[in-house]
Design a binder for this molecule. Structure first.
Ligand code: AAL
Length: 391
């Protein structure tokens, strides 16, 4: 056998030894990797050209900021049999304090489900987020939650938020806690959505919360991109400052909304906040969800706009690039984010959080339910073995 096939083995060995070495970077092991430009030397269609120039990799799943999302029903919340009278939506990010996880969210408990702006009264909500308060819940494991009750109630008229306080997010700064939220002065659907951001503060995540009774991020001047609304405030600590990303929308007056994300920064949680001169910094997305990633900031760009369902990254927190295109993103995601306020230069990413889902059969979105999402947007799951498993 050996005598008969020896010449063939020899030929094979010589061919292998003399052939030019092709070294393809291993996408599994070389994060953060750079793919070789493999464009052939011939004209390409516009779509193929764009595949090499507009995106970081021809296969988005090869980027470390790619993930699939898994969802789990939460235990512990009562929804009145889902009749639309109790709603929970727009969760904050999740923090860990006093040995448990905390989440804050928009809570509505009204005699009827939403009936649209024209049918709304002092007690009948126009939309799912009308006549709401900010409530909170705690959990030992992130799956079963104990609802603790109200954190920020609606203040008396005419204070900011008298009609509804919604869509909050949490900041921890120098040992104190700050909840930022939308303060409605009119029912949603009657231009109440053109609301600014207000803030309440507390010494403990359990409260009591003191409203600052002031607008902390005001609407932009007439003609500005954010003149109509300042929504979904999302605080992080970055470069020694408080960074609040928020959503606004061009064209609010004629209801052709084009939703985008802006940034305002401050040295003090009660302001003044300075809006970034390059705003809007993300051209798409609905609710804001961002997280420290390596030395910069990553964003889940969810739902609206040309770049919806992408995950983006900006080393400076301002100039974002698409890193991956994903599916089934968590709506209004509030991730568990241990390094949200540590001013990290090496953001580790996220693996789970709370999002919401709505039964959007009507404009006003009858009611919403909180649910848990899990994902692999974490540096710690990108070791070669884990990565093989995840892809
Ligand atoms: C959301 C958020 C804001 C909007 C409405 C309630 O999911 O973008 O909070 O105002 O919808």
């Amino acid at each position: 056998f050996i005598q008969r096939f020896a010449p063939l083995f020899l030929l094979g060995f010589l061919a292998a030894a003399c052939s030019p070495k092709v070294t393809t970077p291993d996408p599994v092991t070389s994060f953060p990797f750079e793919l070789p430009d493999t464009r052939p030397d011939r004209p390409l269609s516009r779509a193929m050209e764009r595949n090499y120039t507009a995106y970081p990799a021809p296969r988005p799943e090869e980027n470390e900021l790619f993930s699939q999302f898994r969802y789990t029903k939460l235990e512990g919340f009562d929804y009145n049999n889902g009749d639309g009278t109790i709603s929970r939506r727009d969760p904050s990010k999740v923090i860990f304090a006093n040995g448990k996880y905390y989440v804050w969210y928009t809570y509505r408990n009204t005699p009827t489900p939403p009936k649209g702006a024209d049918a709304s009264t002092e007690t009948i909500p126009s939309s799912d987020w009308d006549l709401s308060e900010i409530w909170y819940a705690t959990s030992k494991d992130g799956f079963t939650w104990e609802e603790q009750g109200v954190a920020v109630a609606r203040p008396p008229k005419p204070q900011v938020g008298w009609r509804s306080v919604t869509t909050c997010d949490i900041l921890e700064w120098k040992g104190k806690y700050y909840l930022y939220y939308q303060g409605f002065m009119e029912a949603s659907g009657k231009r109440g959505d053109d609301c600014p951001v207000a803030v309440s503060y507390a010494d403990s995540p359990d409260g009591p919360w003191t409203p600052a009774n002031q607008v902390v991020i005001p609407n932009g001047p007439e003609g500005a991109w954010d003149q109509y609304s300042i929504h979904d405030p999302y605080p992080l600590v970055h470069d020694g400052k408080i960074y609040i990303y928020y959503k606004s929308d061009f064209g609010g007056a004629n209801k052709t909304l084009v939703r985008m994300q802006g940034l305002a920064t401050a040295d003090d949680p009660l302001g003044p906040f300075t809006k970034h001169p390059l705003n809007p910094v993300i051209n798409s997305g609905h609710e804001t969800t961002l997280f420290p990633w390596r030395e910069g900031i990553a964003a889940l760009v969810i739902k609206d706009g040309n770049e919806h369902f992408t995950i983006q990254y900006a080393e400076d927190g301002v100039n974002f690039d698409i890193k991956s295109i994903v599916k089934l993103m968590p709506t209004a995601a509030g991730p568990y984010l241990p390094d949200a306020f540590t001013d990290t230069k090496d953001g580790r990413g996220i693996t789970w959080g709370i999002s919401h889902i709505t039964n959007a059969t009507t404009w006003s979105q009858n009611h919403a339910v909180l649910l848990r999402f899990d994902c692999d947007l974490s540096q710690d799951v990108h070791d070669p073995e884990m990565k093989k498993h995840n892809t």
